[in-house]
Design a protein around this ligand. Structure first.
Ligand SMILES: Nc1ncnc2c1ncn2[C@@H]1O[C@H](COP(=O)(O)OP(=O)(O)OP(=O)(O)O)[C@@H](O)[C@H]1O
Ligand SMILES: [Mg+2]
Length: 420
């Protein structure tokens, strides 16, 4: 009898939804770039960033309240901004698209990925595959969002219930329900939470912040509520774009216009750029680029950007507008830091503040500010405790002084920077 051929497995190239990226702990860790132990901090950071962005965009001095309660497992951030729109909440729950009012623009503002709220909503479920719940309250509506997964199709299954909000009329309040099973992780984030939240105060003179860790309240009033920096609502600058980024911005507008059955001209597009909002300037630019009366969609053909046209337009835009000066980005200044340093026991005569406001080799403006103060009480104590007196002195001063901000480019910490 002839031996039968060994059984073969016919493999199928299965299709799985890309939305799976939000469902599991491993996948979400890859999306977020941080391990679950840091997720409580990621939640607070992303929500406070959003709150600041929304207030700054609406020209409102931000008042933000952060609450973490390890007993109830609630993490919430509330702001006094214009409130997140119900349509935006609905878009955020569509895990097949990114939603961002910043991604297409080039400007020195936070938030560009249009991903943060999606990952936050997915976190509780990834930690404990029961059901994850997040509540967004805004504009008189409470959005209760329950995140689960369809185990067969391997994609998010989201329940979105709305009701009248009893509490929130102004601004936005986002509450994440951290699962009980991961409560040790939340409790373990306490020290880093307090440090991170206080760093917001150093970098935002216009911010009034209240934060609770388990009902223990810390309040810090704004040192300068009218402080201004570059805001998301400021006109963007042609000098910050290269041709692909300009094409991306134009494409996002064309696609948005198509969805809303409208069309805009190249000239209207120019109105979104600093120095090009006047009609005289716009006329010069469209003539120089040979695009008079053309719709913005004329920058594209068969779904691809016309590279020459985009480059010609960008050249003309840069020729007819001035680059942004570094100081227009906003400067925190020494007064704010001096006040805060005094508040943490810094000795005023050791306070140092330095600033660099320049442009890099591509003409992109930047500002670096740094401050230092020594806290003599701590330095003296560290030295006294040190068995090798002098040798430890430098170290003691360094670790017990405060240097702000935490991330300073190497050039900024060179000795001549402080001595200049
Ligand atoms: N507190 C808020 N008030 C008003 N609008 C908000 C608030 N939080 C979020 N939004 C809106 O929801 C959008 C999505 O927020 P999300 O944090 O997911 O993305 P992003 O901030 O644009 O980018 P990133 O992923 O880099 O944070 C924002 O672009 C903004 O339009
Ligand atoms: Mg964000």
């Amino acid at each position: 009898m002839a031996a039968s051929a060994p059984a073969r497995l016919e493999r199928i190239a299965f299709r799985t939804s890309r939305l799976l990226d939000f469902v599991g702990r491993r996948e979400l860790t890859a999306q977020i770039g941080h391990a679950p132990e840091s997720w409580p901090l990621v939640i607070v950071k992303e929500l406070v960033d959003n709150a600041l962005d929304a207030c700054e965009e609406a020209e409102i001095a931000p008042e933000i309240e952060v609450r973490v309660n390890t007993d109830t497992g609630e993490i919430s951030v509330a702001d006094n901004g214009p409130g997140i729109r119900p349509e935006t909440v609905a878009d955020i729950l569509d895990f097949g698209v990114r939603v961002s009012s910043r991604e297409a623009y080039v400007s020195p503002t936070r938030g560009a990925q249009g991903n943060a709220l999606k990952t936050i909503i997915a976190m509780p479920f990834a930690l404990d595959s029961g059901k994850g719940e997040t509540i967004i309250e805004s504009r008189g509506i409470e959005h209760r969002i329950v995140f689960a997964a369809d185990q067969v199709r391997q994609e998010p299954k989201i329940e979105h219930l709305t009701a009248a909000s009893q509490i929130v009329r102004n601004g936005t309040c986002v509450t994440v329900r951290w699962p009980d099973s991961a409560s040790a992780m939340l409790a373990g984030a306490g020290k880093r939470f307090l440090q991170m939240v206080s760093e917001y105060i150093f970098l935002n003179p216009h911010l009034t912040l209240r934060y609770y860790w388990n009902n223990r309240l810390t309040q810090v009033p704004a040192s300068e509520p009218r402080w201004q920096k570059w805001r998301a609502c400021d006109l963007t600058s042609a000098h910050w774009y290269d041709a692909p980024r300009l094409a991306r911005y134009a494409a996002a507008l064309v696609s948005h216009d198509q969805d809303h059955a409208r069309e805009r001209t190249v000239r209207e597009f120019l109105g979104e750029f600093r120095g090009l909002s006047g009609s005289g300037k716009q006329k010069h630019v469209i003539e120089a680029a040979g695009m008079a009366r053309l719709p913005l969609a004329a920058l594209f053909e068969d779904g691809a950007a016309d590279a020459e046209r985009v480059a010609a337009l960008l050249r003309a835009m840069c020729q007819h507008s001035r680059p942004v000066k570094p100081k227009d980005l906003g400067v925190i200044g020494s007064d704010h830091w001096r006040k805060l340093c005094a508040g943490v026991g810094g000795r005023d005569n050791t306070f140092r503040y330095r600033r660099i406001a320049e442009e890099d080799e591509n003409g992109i403006p930047y500002v670096v500010e740094a401050a230092f103060v020594a806290r003599p009480h701590h330095a003296a104590r560290a030295e006294a405790e040190s068995p090798s007196g002098n040798k430890r002195r430098g170290h003691a001063c360094r670790t017990n002084g405060i240097t702000i901000p935490c991330v300073i480019p190497r050039m900024a910490v060179q000795r001549d920077f402080w001595e200049a």
